[in-house]
Design a protein around this ligand. Sequence first.
Ligand code: HEM
Length: 455
Amino acid sequence: MSQLPNRVPAPTWWQLLTWIADPIKFQDRYHQRYGDIFTMNLGRLGGYVVIGEPKLIQEIFSQDSKFEIGRGNVLAQPLIGRNSLMLMDGDRHKRERKLLMPSFHGERLQAYATQICAIADQIASQWHVGQPFVVRSTMQKISLELILQVVFGLSEGERYQQLKPLLTEWLDMTDSPLRSSLLFLKFLQKDWGAWSPWSQMKQRQRQVHQLLQDEISDRKNQGDAGRIDVLSLMMAARDEQGNAMTDEELRDELITLLFAGHETVATSLSWAFYEIHRQPHILEKLLVELESFGATPSVGAIAPQEDLLRIAQLPYLSAVCQETLRMYPVLPVIFPRITKAPVTLAGRSFDAETVLMPSIYLVHYREDLYPHPHEFKPERFLERQYAPSEYFPFGGGVRRCLGYALAQLEMKLVLATVVSRYRLELLETKPVKMQRRGFTLAPKGGVRMAIIGKR
Ligand code: HEM
């Protein structure tokens, strides 16, 4: 039997509550005490070996077959459903990824460039000079609109109009550490009358399910010849026995993509706006780069797709986005990896059923990789290349985020569209902190800004 490394000695109930309340503080505290590897115990949720050592993480990423990963995501099941890609393992997971991958890469991805700018343009055009706004909510409108278009190929209609606020309300139900505890504490997941948080959550979920089911049924009845959205792709797919995906499977996958695909991008964009307006020289440099490309002020829907794709290659713009994802990991840790059998990785032995949890946060704040890690410095990414185990905002190995290319394209084009058209002012007077939002980390208060003019 191998010993679990550096077990956190505090009572398990205390560890669980601290992990829910502030996973950053938790990691800082025990990283200081134990270094790059320690084991937390979250009571009924079990023990997790938290890892901030790139050498070990590299071995985890390169030996995927030694782990079960879907099973480790079971906490998310009440939200995303049991047929979600995130909960799958082995051949089923491989097949499902192969089916979904083309929608988020290559030519399909490139075609989204114009859509991204058009949506950003349209939502920003509703702003008024002097009007304060919460960046995260606005960015969420943009990213939700895009993911709905990509996944359903829809941008209008009653059902679509109903779905948008409903999804946002549903996700907002876990918008603070306290409200997020609903996802971690099983005893809260009980229906204690219509006004209890869990029954509210379930009620919204049922409404979302009904709307998705109606859409699936309509598509079946009307046929969807010529459509290239993700839903059509899934509906046309057949397994080896010639069976189509069931309605429940379609629905769970739709919810997974809606969930994973828009909150994350909205949060990252909010941090990017925050940082570039906190340090005006960064914004200046970005504008100079965009201007030298000739991107101002017509980055929006008018620019041809090739130009937009070239904008997305601009080095400083890319570095700003990379640095944002370094400093503000949307997920503090990646999906847990459960060892199938005893295994030795980077000289450390682990028993079967050990849950390994590489920490994006711990690695992204390593002094040896990122000197002065608390400073936002896009130049790091111009001066040095990082290995996949040194920089992994999108995770790694077979589970690497399905939407990483879309997320980056979207971040770059929304930033470019907005900063080349509008002058914004940061209204935050104190540093904004990362705060738990469901399974993710988001800026506390969402980052308040105001439009001060057009360029
Ligand atoms: C800035 C935005 C995003 C960030 C930071 C992010 C981050 C991540 C991370 C860390 C993982 C876990 C990977 C691992 O454990 O190795 C993941 C998985 C996933 N992401 Fe993203 N993501 C983002 C945007 C998106 C978008 C736009 C989509 C939509 C298409 C998406 C869909 C997924 C899916 C489906 C998985 C599960 C993959 C699997 O289980 O095989 N994500 N993401």
